[in-house]
Design a protein around this ligand. Structure first.
Ligand code: HGA
Length: 605
């Protein structure tokens, strides 16, 4: 998703800004740009192509400067088009980059037009630039504070004025923004990742903060204009991703990294203890008597799988909510709820807002499961668990999902142990299953050639149904999501028992139906549902554990998985579905790592 990098220095900062954009590039964007302060008027280069093309344009223009801002845009207001690419200028004086959405941009635009401002873009961001201009009388911080006081919605902005060459101002509300402190230079970025190699000293701004940056340092003021000191943190960045090696895409590489990622995530899980979740005392979770899981997209599905674990292992009532829905509701709450937010980046705007909503409703027991240590969710929750997936580059999440599942399983087992419903013997069994999990994942990944054969057939289809039951319903949902995200094939998943209540009407000989068939207590029910499909001429593609006795035959193709893997079976079943989506997308020739219209780290709501 869109990214911000800004710098004020005593050296030419264009290479640093471009490098920062490159580091954020994997998140997906539709245009990019960079602007620097110049004597006379600010100068900018913008591109509808990749950051490399922007770098060439900037070099051709001999764009250089000591103060500058840069952006990758994922359009929310106004088409992806050159005139909408950031930085956005106001009257050749103010330059702005913005992440987020200004919800009251329409009345502000009308008011500004009334004051003689001319709009040249369709972005909501342009109102920010003109407002700052309207309030600017030689003090950029004062102008930014006055302008942002009128904004509704979410923003992280970086701004410079051409009249104040060695000054840059940032402000945030709802979208992430971090200050980087260097030697004789200061930075702003939407993510510490952008400043890897430039500094490891960061100050995370809070909502309502404004930051006034010069090469010699930063001053921060809060929403009320009081000068505040925010803690400085040293952030050691994860190792940069290596080359693709034998793989064609990052998504494929990340699918095959899952055994190691899961192994690293659970390495510290023994003994199951509250300390794993950064809880200071062993009785930290004693007050908990129910669980609320919040997430979006794939992270929501990991919550749906985990619901079964919290119920069956920890014997706790569970709700799983889509964060973008929960945040606007007024649910009846209990003070004994453990609120678990799940997000790869830890910055997902809807999930972060849902967390804040839960906190505003009085929830104190909050826990984040994220893949980025220095993320907003990890800072905003009482407890946390860092998954060890390593950097995930592919927009379609794979290893983040399975490591989230591993973390949630450990949490369920830990709560079960604390509550006395998991015996030492059961705990030892869970531990053994966790230990055996990476090898089992490897065995499933070895089935890739069979999945490719399926992909060759399914890539020709425009619609695919997925079926599952129990925790494997969430796996079917995740399989359908993966397929639509990267292959653009229309895919939907249903609880197998729901078929006869509607979706069966869609089944014809042209409708492939993918089924997750673990050898669990529901397999006979599932077999009946499969027969309902066969009886209507549907084509079945079944991922079945050894021992289910589901045999290949007419209109029935089977990929056989290792024997049923108990409660962790869902982690095995998702792998063929990830591979299926990946290979179908390759066959259809889509941009697998950067699917159209999508972005990584969804920091707008
Ligand atoms: N609303 C602005 C910025 C979009 C954004 O934050 N994308 O992730 C625009 O549409 O330009």
């Amino acid at each position: 998703m869109c990214g911000i990098v800004g710098a004020v220095s005593q050296r030419d900062i264009v290479p640093t800004l471009i490098e920062g954009l490159r580091r954020l590039e994997y998140r997906g964007y539709d245009s990019c740009g960079v602007a620097v302060h110049r004597d006379g008027a600010p100068r900018r280069a913008r591109s509808m192509a990749r950051v490399n093309a922007l770098a060439r344009t900037a070099a051709d223009m001999q764009l250089e400067g000591l103060t500058g801002i840069a952006h990758t845009r994922w359009a929310t207001h106004g088409l992806p088009a050159m005139q909408n690419a950031h930085p956005i200028f106001s009257r050749e004086l103010i330059a702005v980059v913005h992440n987020g959405i200004i919800e009251n941009h329409e009345p502000l635009r009308t008011m500004l037009i009334g004051r003689g401002y001319e709009f040249v873009s369709q972005t909501d961001t342009e109102v920010v630039a003109h407002l700052i201009h309207a309030f600017y009388h030689g003090d950029l911080l004062a102008a930014v504070r006055a302008a942002t006081a009128l904004l509704h919605g979410s923003y992280a902005i970086a701004v410079f004025s051409n009249d104040e060459p060695q000054r840059m101002v940032g402000a945030r509300q709802g979208s992430p923004l971090v200050v980087g402190i260097g030697a004789e230079e200061s930075f702003l970025a939407s993510d510490v990742l952008a400043l890897e190699g430039s500094t490891d000293r960061f100050i995370f701004l809070e909502d309502g903060d404004s930051a006034d940056l010069t090469p010699s340092g930063v001053r921060i003021c809060d929403r009320d204009g009081n000068h505040v000191r925010r803690p400085e943190r040293s952030v050691v960045q994860p190792r940069a991703e290596g080359s693709l090696g034998e793989y064609r895409h990052y998504m494929q590489k990340e699918i095959f990294e899952q055994p190691d990622a899961v192994a690293q995530t659970i390495a510290e899980a023994e003994p199951l203890s509250t300390l794993l979740f950064k809880a200071r005392s062993r009785d930290a979770f004693d007050a908990i008597d129910n669980v609320l899981l919040l997430g979006c997209g794939t992270s929501h599905y990991s919550g749906q799988v985990a619901k079964h674990w919290f119920e069956s292992i920890a014997r706790l009532p569970v709700q799983v909510e889509i964060a973008s829905e929960y945040r606007y509701r007024q649910p009846v709450e209990s003070s004994r709820t453990l609120v678990v937010v799940i997000s790869q980046s830890g910055e997902t705007a809807d999930t972060l807002a849902a967390l804040k909503h839960a906190q505003a409703l009085g929830h104190e027991h909050t826990l984040a499961i994220c893949n980025v240590a220095a993320s907003a969710m990890m800072r905003a929750t009482k407890w946390s668990f860092l998954t060890k997936a390593g950097r995930e580059i592919g927009v379609a999440s794979t290893k983040a999902f399975t490591t989230q599942l591993a973390a949630l399983f450990v949490l369920a087992a830990t709560l079960g142990r604390i509550r006395g419903v998991v015996t030492a013997e059961q705990e030892a069994r869970y531990r053994l299953q966790l230990d055996e999990l990476p090898a089992a994942l490897r065995a499933v990944l070895a089935l890739e050639p069979q999945v490719i054969a399926w992909a060759n057939e399914l890539a020709m289809c425009e619609h695919v149904l997925f079926l599952g039951r129990g925790p494997h319903l969430a796996i079917a949902l995740e399989g359908a999501l993966k397929l639509k995200e990267i292959s653009y094939i229309h895919a939907e998943a249903f609880p197998a028992g729901e078929l006869k209540h509607g979706p069966l009407a869609l089944v014809t000989s042209a409708m492939p139906v993918v089924v997750c068939a673990p050898n669990d207590g529901l397999v006979d029910k599932l077999k009946s549902n499969m027969e309902e499909v066969r009886a209507r001429g549907g084509r079945l593609y079944v991922i079945a554990d050894v021992g289910t006795h589901i045999e290949p035959g007419e209109s029935m193709s089977v990929i056989e998985l290792p024997p049923y893997f108990g409660p962790l079976s869902s982690l095995l079943h998702v792998l063929p579905l990830q591979l299926l989506a990946y290979h179908a997308a390759c066959i259809r020739g889509t941009d697998v790592d950067k699917p159209r219209n999508l972005a990584k780290s969804v920091t707008v709501d």
